[in-house]
Ligand binder design. Sequence first.
Ligand code: NOJ
Length: 585
Amino acid sequence: MTATATQDGDRTEMQHWWQDAVVYQVYVRSFADADGDGIGDLEGIRRELEHIASLGVDAIWLNPCYPSPQRDHGYDVADYFAIHHEYGDLEVFDRLVADARTRGLRVLMDLVPNHCSDQHAWFRAATAAAPGSAERARFYFRDGRPSADGSDPHGSPPNNWMAAFGGTAWTRASDDDPQWYLGTFTPQQPDFDHTNADVARMFAEVFEFWFDRGVEGFRVDAITPVGKDPDLPDAPPVPPGTDELQVAWENPHTVFRPEGHDVWRAFRTTIDSYMAAHPGRDLMMVAESYMNARPDLVRAFVNPEQFHQAFAFDLLLSPWDRAQIERAITDSIDIVETGATPTWALNNHDVQRIVTRLGRATATDPASVTNNALGAQTSPVDLDVGRRRARAAIALAMAMPGSIYLYMGEELGLPEVLDVPDERREDPVFLHTDGAKIGRDGCRIPLPWTDDPATSHGFSSPGDAGTVAEPWLPQPEGWGERAVQRLDTDETSMPALYRELIALRRDRAVAQRDPVELLDLAPGLVALRRGALVVLTNVTSSPIAVDALGDVDGATPLFSSEPSEMHTPGVVPPDCTVWLVDDVE
Ligand code: NOJ
């Protein structure tokens, strides 16, 4: 089955549910804790499913919930065919899928193909086996080079590749072993060699195993380094000043390699074969990769032989600047021509939350990069400004064709928690850079559900002993002010905005119909037309007069990201998105 869209009058009908879906990302560890141990779990998701369903979304995507030593919070998988013990078991998982289905929600999982955990049985067998063994062939084990002082014939790594989270990408199997193994991210995450038949077979089985349990698709992690130059040559030098965490992504011998495409074709064949054998199932996989400003690259991955979708992170990384936002939109919708649909996200578990990013003093600087979770952005943050811009940004994104992935807590307007105490930080990015990069813990703080501090703001339900453990990451002062229970009583709150936008998007079929036409109406105004719908985002801190807006002057207001300012005559308020209906097209 292909992902083409068909024209029907002035509407474009989607053939697949995922083409225009709104998907809610659940970071399992931080969503809701049903047994009081301070760690989110699958029962917790069941407990709070109503909140997700109430938003009107189509599906949930679960961050990895497989057994894992949690060195990268599940992105170090020890077993692809089970559930992590702190999160539940397969029975609970099945109940969750069934409950979700009852509420019309599909379930997507997270697949981690580039690497597993160093505790995976295959990797343990590999380190115990000899060089040249079948066990080692599933990974990248290579002989070390002589150490600089000549004292050890295998004392230096096999090449100069650097790891994405700091340090060399190679780890010696043991002190007296001639071989080292490759881990693109951390030593606890050894890379699979996907040219190995065992590895290929296992991943086909992983798809089938979870599809059999009712999963409707996978977010595929870290597609960038899957596929390597088989000779593993040294990487060329990087430009002076390249950030230490960027070095790995400059390595042409492991970034977007042609060998990777063979893996994706094999995955797609597995999915297509499964669908052929199970009529009625409509399955998909979405690629995770930062391919910003590279629509050509996106097209190389998103096509009927490989991925159904790939995240467009352009908008997520964009500063609050008209030209940059327009560029992000143009590049991301470029793939529509090929029959694919763009896949938007403004947040995820790897970047600082949008309220903080867009609240920064530097957010309007066209050169600023707002994905600063891995960096050390220090400019001051105004959360009121950030929240206002976040409302405007989601209102703009929701007007786009394609699908959109929301990250839990963004509907609450949660900020990034920047001051997690060092001793409580758990992100390997922090640990592997000796604290030079603060990492991503700040967007993974357990969610607030109620005002009650005794239950970590409703995150934890008391366990069998009637007690509640401290949450795995500390919640800051005032966290309860953004609790679901409190915001749900306020019609102007962020969750209300999300509900309204998702409903509007569905009612007006904005995800589906009509191409996007960017309009040049006024400086500082991102303006677009989609049929009768006109969407205006003022990215400045001053109102923009509507009488300057030429042909959209007189259109009827439909929605404003600042409802109290909806009826201000003649202006688009600052840092605000309005939707208008222009019936006299
Ligand atoms: C991307 C994931 O989103 C991130 O959380 C993880 O650390 C890396 N891939 C490695 O798996």
